[in-house]
Design a protein around this ligand. Structure first.
Ligand code: HEC
Length: 177
């Protein structure tokens, strides 16, 4: 019959062994989650699709007709929306924009009206002045069918915004009245 002390030592031993055996499983699960998150993040910037972006505020719409025929909506989160309303630049850290782009298609129910077709792309700009100090404080992410676009495409984001709207904190969109 084991003494209480022996029993306690035995218990500690079993607990330690269990922890040792379970630890690799826990780490493995965490790594898998991280890898999954990494796979869904944009190259260069590591921006992933922000949760709840579809419920953000409408900042403006636009329509491009040159090489693409797209309807677009530019949305901003609470921080971006507030900065726009109060007309303060630069946008504070935490500000985020989404650009949703759809093919422009004829309405099936009303002639002459145009409505969003398939959504080929969604793009994001995320303000973090320290993390993205070399690109005006903005991290960029473009997703096609939920998957990040390649590195070459992400190499173009900042140069185009930088060449045209550097003096508007690298943001093209103006608040639609
Ligand atoms: C050739 C120029 C050009 C390139 C390259 C470009 N953008 Fe833009 N971007 C624009 C213009 C113009 C707008 C204004 C809205 C529109 O297009 O309707 C815009 C708007 C945006 C917006 C909404 C906020 C704003 O600035 O108005 C986001 C988010 C965005 N772009 C993300 C990206 C990402 C991510 C990339 C790279 C993968 C990218 N952009 C590459 C021209 C560009």
């Amino acid at each position: 019959m084991a003494s209480p002390v022996h029993r306690r030592i035995l218990l500690i031993g079993v607990a330690a062994l269990t922890a040792t055996l379970l630890l690799p499983v826990a780490i493995g699960a965490e790594e898998k989650a991280a890898a999954k998150a990494g796979a869904a993040a944009s190259p260069i910037f590591g921006v992933s699709i922000p949760e709840g972006y579809r419920g953000w505020h409408l900042i403006a719409v636009s329509h491009r007709t040159d090489n693409k025929d797209e309807l677009r909506a530019i949305l901003g989160n609470d921080v971006a929306f507030k900065a726009f309303r109060e007309n303060t630049l630069p946008f504070p850290d935490g500000a985020m924009f989404a650009k949703l782009a759809w093919q422009r298609v004829a309405s099936p129910t009303f002639k002459g009206a145009w409505v969003p077709g398939v959504a080929p792309r969604v793009e994001f700009m995320v303000k973090d002045s320290r993390k993205y100090s070399s690109t005006g404080g903005w991290g960029f992410g473009r997703f096609i069918n939920g998957k990040p676009a390649d590195e070459a495409q992400h190499g173009t984001c900042f140069p185009c915004h930088d060449a045209r709207v550097k003096n508007h904190d690298w943001v093209f969109t103006e608040f639609a009245p």
